[in-house]
Design a protein around this ligand. Structure first.
Ligand SMILES: *Cc1c(COP(=O)(O)O)cnc(C)c1O
Length: 444
């Protein structure tokens, strides 16, 4: 039978794939998790080192879904989503960087967003009505979602972004695609954008009428494809070598995907949760106290998260399944189990800037600030096997910081980002009040 998805707040609240993906969040505000995560069958390991990344992704997903989608359709869905590589760049000896930024918007979020877009397109194709994806963005997510859904049949995307508060190239990523992508330029802050999106979802009638869904990063379908590259990286190591994965983290989706891969049987020596000064999870691993708090702004801003949304999934993976959900957070067994797999480490902006310079001086390699946090954590990691730093974004996406540390010219801007500079921007100006937004939505 096809795998079902439970809520981390109530394991008896179970939904099929379509509900879990289109709703994004269970009504009890937990997070969806696959009901069963079994080890991959022995046959998977026969040729896993030889197949393409897309084929590997298909087999992993097929194993997780257990028939929720016809196999031939699933295979082409994954192939369409994962059509770019994730090369391992060696920094010598036992240290490598896994470059996850070769997708269209130059960040690892392309993996999750492209898979989710195609999956949503597939799940709604027989519904006979268009799906409207509503998303508020402060920068990167909107670009990845826009690019992922562009030209996906039966879907359209409405992006709300704060006017003047995203970088020039980021804005171009949101406003130049056209077609089924519409950008609303809100005269306000990111919080205003998020408030408007929430209000639209809360309005039952509107939400029904427009068939609204969210492209939220905690959607289970964004997590699954992020497990693929853990397999892909591990198979590039010598057969007897196990990797320690160092994961620059904010909402901990990336790290949780690694835990899923491990749960499916991928041999892993361990994980390192690397953060900037927003160190709620490293602190939990250190002293057992989970203290979410408002985020602090840093130069690795995609990791500025004070209440990491995937933490509930991490605890759920390590807690004993017979424990009541409410007790899991303070569960000493879960903490002990988590500590056996994950070590935490956090770093300041000062240290991060120094690391960017050090990596350039030593290896002539330009690392984005997020990846540099991972590099610092890798330096403090003693491993018998290989250390792999997940590189979450291309350095050109953070050009001002990179130029402050390395001067001009060290970082090349890839053509697909650079060419956006000359594209004309198309956005619809919007006041931050609900009334104007709702009336626009109703006629859209
Ligand atoms: C989103 C993001 C992160 C954080 O990833 P999580 O899965 O939220 O932990 C790190 N680096 C970059 C560049 C990102 O865009």
């Amino acid at each position: 039978m096809a795998t079902q998805y439970y809520s981390t707040n109530n394991r008896r609240n179970i939904q099929p794939l379509k509900e879990a993906v289109l709703r994004s969040l269970p009504s009890d505000r937990g997070l969806y998790m696959p009901e069963e995560i079994q080890p991959l069958p022995a046959s998977f390991w026969d040729d896993w080192r030889e197949i393409s990344l897309a084929e590997l992704g298909y087999r992993v997903t097929s194993h997780l879904f257990q028939g929720a989608i016809p196999e031939d359709e699933l295979r082409s869905l994954v192939a369409g989503a994962i059509n770019f590589p994730a090369p391992l760049h060696s920094l010598g000896n036992d240290l490598s960087v896994l470059e996850l930024f070769h997708g269209p918007t130059l960040a690892f979020k392309d993996f999750g967003a492209r898979f989710m877009a195609r999956l949503m397109g597939h799940l709604t194709k027989d519904d006979g009505r268009e799906l409207t994806v509503l998303v508020a963005t402060s920068g990167d997510t909107g670009g990845a979602v826009a690019s992922a859904f562009h030209n996906v049949p039966g879907t359209r995307v409405i992006i709300l972004y704060p006017s003047g508060k995203v970088s020039g190239l980021q804005e171009k990523q949101l406003t130049t695609l056209g077609g089924n992508i519409t950008a609303l330029e809100v005269d306000g802050t990111f919080d205003d954008c998020q408030r408007l999106v929430k209000a639209a979802f809360a309005d039952r009638e509107l939400s029904e009428k427009l068939n609204l869904t969210s492209a939220n990063s905690i959607n289970i379908s964004r997590l699954i494809p992020q497990s693929f590259y853990y397999f892909d990286a591990a198979r590039q190591l010598p057969e007897d070598s196990e990797a320690t994965f160092i994961v620059p983290s904010g909402n901990f989706g990336n790290l949780t995907a690694g835990l899923l891969a491990h749960r499916m049987g991928l041999p892993v020596a361990g994980f390192v949760a690397a953060t900037n000064v927003n160190d709620v999870v490293p602190n939990y691993l250190l002293n057992g106290q989970y203290d979410p708090r408002p985020s602090v702004a840093t130069i690795s801003n995609a990791m500025d998260v004070g209440a990491p949304s995937n933490f509930a999934r991490m605890v759920d993976l390590f807690a004993r399944p017979d424990k009541p959900e409410a007790e899991q957070l303070g569960d000493a067994d879960a903490l002990t189990a988590m500590r056996a797999s994950i070590r935490g480490a956090s770093f300041t902006d000062e240290q991060t800037r120094e690391a960017i310079r050090e990596v350039w001086d030593e290896f002539r390699y330009a690392m984005c600030p997020h990846t540099a946090v991972g590099y610092l954590a890798a330096k403090g990691t003693v491993s018998q096997g290989h250390r792999i730093i997940l590189s979450t974004a291309h350095p050109s996406k953070f050009l001002p910081t990179m130029e402050e540390e390395l001067g001009k010219g060290a970082v090349e801007i890839p053509e697909r980002l650079a060419c956006l500079a000359d594209e004309p921007k198309a956005s619809i100006p919007m006041t931050p009040g609900e009334e104007a937004f709702f009336s626009w939505l109703r006629q859209s």
